[in-house]
Design a protein around this ligand. Sequence first.
Ligand code: 5GP
Length: 202
Amino acid sequence: MKGNILVISGPSGSGKSSLMHEMMKRVENTYFSISTTTRQKRDGEVEGKDYFFISKDEFKKGIEEGNFLEWARVHDNYYGTSLKQILIELSAGKIVIFDIDVQGHKIAQEKFGNIITSVFVTTPNQEILKQRLIQRGTDTQESIQKRLNNAISEMTRVKEYDFLLINDYFDKTLDDLVSIANASKNRVSSINTEEFISSWLQ
Ligand code: 5GP
């Protein structure tokens, strides 16, 4: 078996992170790709668990040195996926989970398209998203507006994904995400078919 990648995108406030973390408790052999970002750490976030937090200068150096599989500017900050650890986890046969935006998904598709399963998570409508962002209480009014504007433009790119999950009822959405993650392991392109066929013929 080779590894595969599960990309999860969607607006901040859609419930994407909670879904992803709960899904990882229920699906075997997953690895969460910890992104690097230049944004400020939120209360409760842990360095090396949620993100690697670095300065813009360090990030630009990382780009020049080719350390990122993909990177993007989102809400005036840089976010990127480091390549090295991903390759190690893929060769160990893991399901590597990417929480990245639509720009990152497009680049990842160009490089690893045959082993990617992609999911877009959103709320039933934009008003619910706004209420969830306000309730979360981690963003200023200006940041909430930026995130809403970004969500509106991301929604126009849903058709680039394999699956759309409308997160109305958390437990139902979680069940769907767990099913998708489990099924993603069986993609033919993630299985060493030649080896399987030769052992099957013996
Ligand atoms: P947040 O600031 O809410 O943690 O994340 C903001 C957005 O950046 C989310 O849509 C998230 O999916 C995206 N993001 C997080 N890490 C990465 C990354 O490594 N690459 C890209 N392209 N987007 C990312």
